[in-house]
Design a protein around this ligand. Structure first.
Ligand code: TPP
Ligand code: MG
Length: 354
């Protein structure tokens, strides 16, 4: 398993340590903390009954390294725990908050499960709720990139549970056979809701699956942002050269509940969670930056307070907005609305008026 910094932030594989500008490293930390604060707010808002649902990312923030490892023209196919990639790509925090509130400024117009969002203009693709669908889409995009020779690469994120989906097999197989310019990244966070990895697969480790499809596999410590960055950068370079896809198993842990609708104390022990909490990515990357003299010891807390305030302001604005107009429910499917939808729209408007 590739590990470049240990849990104390010490460099243990100096040969693999990438050369990255200090400013960029601080940006990584800044976005990781933004994601953490978003989770704190999202969970609390849901408990207060102000939003319906939240999907936390806590413990998996090192995925930011994948966004940093690719180019703007590359396509990102996320699952639902990749907020850091979205922020790195430039999705506005206000858009994310308005989306959580499903208000009239929500770019998804209140139609999506909160946490499932995208913006095709910046090639961050809206995921679908059925597990694994993004894997075949990404393989298709990687195939298209090779066919069109446009030099782009697609990267796709999915969970350990998704490796049991038909789409995992179809996407990995199609990707390998066509030498698609795709990087398959499995966030092995040990759980698929209440199903542990041991009940998900009979293979010793998920990375072994790469061999069966005929592509290289890299297993990384998914809580080490340098491991994530270097593995994705290598895999993207390989794909861009036309040498085909790579499968990356990112070994990590979901520290929070599956979603705000889940109670993990029903199926896992707090001791396990505590062990993984010590390996979480933000504290450990912060220690590295402090050890190297890139930030002072108070900087992580300062960044946390900054986002606490930013999100508080965005939340009070978002909370005071109205819901999207009812008409929007009938829009965006047909260029010209068919008669039966027009009838249903009229009926819905009449009904709500009465
Ligand atoms: C095809 C399908 N089956 C079941 C579900 C319900 N479901 C939503 S998330 C999830 C677990 C996914 O686990 P994993 O792939 O490990 O991702 P994680 O949530 O751990 O990030 C399941 C079973 C679904 N959305 N789609
Ligand atoms: Mg999982």
């Amino acid at each position: 398993m590739r590990q470049i910094i240990d849990i104390e932030g010490n460099v243990i594989s100096p040969d693999l340590l990438p050369k990255v500008a200090k400013k960029e490293l601080v940006k990584w930390l800044d976005i990781m903390i933004a994601v953490r604060v978003l989770d704190e707010k999202g969970m609390r808002l849901q408990r207060q009954g102000r939003i319906g649902f939240h999907i936390p990312t806590t413990g998996q923030e090192a995925h930011v390294g994948a966004a940093a490892a690719i180019k703007d023209k590359d396509w990102i196919f996320p699952a639902y725990r990749e907020h850091g990639l979205a922020i790195y790509r430039g999705i506005a925090l206000a858009d994310i908050v308005n989306h959580l509130f499903a208000n009239d400024l929500d770019p998804q117009k209140g139609r999506r499960l909160p946490g499932l969002f995208g913006d095709s203009r910046i090639r961050f693709i809206n995921p679908s709720a059925p597990i694994g669908t993004q894997i075949v889409q990404a393989a298709g995009a990687g195939y298209a990139a090779r066919y069109k020779k446009d030099g782009s690469v697609s990267i796709v994120f999915f969970g350990d549970g998704a490796t049991s989906s038909n789409d995992f097999h179809s996407g990995m197989n199609f990707g390998a056979v066509t030498k698609a310019a795709t990087v398959f990244i499995c966030q092995n966070n040990q759980w698929a809701i209440s199903v542990p990895l041991s009940k998900q697969t009979a293979t010793k480790q998920l990375v072994d699956k790469a061999t069966g499809y005929g592509m290289p596999g890299i297993q990384i410590d998914g809580n080490d942002i340098f491991a994530m960055f270097t593995a994705v950068r290598e895999a993207a370079q390989r794909a861009r050269k036309g040498n085909g896809p790579t499968f990356i198993e990112s070994v990590t842990y979901r520290l929070g509940p599956h979603t705000s609708s889940d109670d993990p104390s029903k199926y896992r022990s707090e001791n396990d969670v505590e062990l993984w909490r010590q390996k979480e990515p933000i504290g450990r990357f912060s220690k590295y930056l402090i050890n190297e003299g890139i930030i002072d010891k108070d900087e992580p807390q300062r960044i946390h307070s900054k986002y606490d305030q930013i999100f508080n302001e965005l939340i009070s604005e978002a909370d005071n907005r109205s819901t999207p107009p009812l008409e929007t429910m009938f829009e965006d499917v047909f260029e010209t609305m068919p008669w039966y939808l027009e009838e249903q729209l009229e009926e819905a408007l009449r009904f709500t008026k009465e």
